[in-house]
Design a protein. Structure first.
Length: 134
């Protein structure tokens, strides 16, 4: 059985050759439910330097991570309107990677934070006026 600790160790070993940094700019869970502290400003991975994080904040590509739709079930049950284009979206942010777009580093926000913190299962990147899944 593979644990999250094993996955994180393997990703950390790849970091020196394929550095990246991400920052969360929107916490939709907090917006919808307000039951936990907002994750806006959370950044990673822990090996990222301040310079890398600043590049993510200022020049990074936009991403968002999604769950299987669970985030919206309770919002709808509470009588809140849910934009169909945002169904399943949990966090949004920006990423800087040394590698070109489409590399394994693009999965960083999902594997580093979205999956272990909220159970997210998908990451999308903004291309023009639409979101595209990796």
């Amino acid at each position: 059985m593979i644990s999250m600790a094993m996955i994180q160790a393997a990703r950390a070993a790849e970091f020196p050759d394929h550095p990246y940094a991400w920052v969360i700019t929107r916490d939709r869970d907090h917006e919808l439910h307000g039951t936990s502290e907002s994750e806006v400003g959370t950044a990673g991975p822990r090996q990222a330097t301040e310079e890398m994080l600043e590049l993510a904040r200022t020049e990074g590509r936009r991403w968002r991570v999604l769950d299987a739709g669970d985030i919206d079930v309770s919002a709808v049950a509470d009588g809140k309107d849910v934009d169909p284009d945002e169904r399943g979206v949990v966090y949004e942010g920006r990423i800087w990677t040394q590698d070109e777009a489409g590399s394994g580093a693009d999965f960083g926000p999902l594997h580093d934070f979205g999956e272990p913190n909220y159970g997210c299962i998908e990451i999308q990147y903004r291309e023009g006026d639409r979101w595209v899944s990796l």
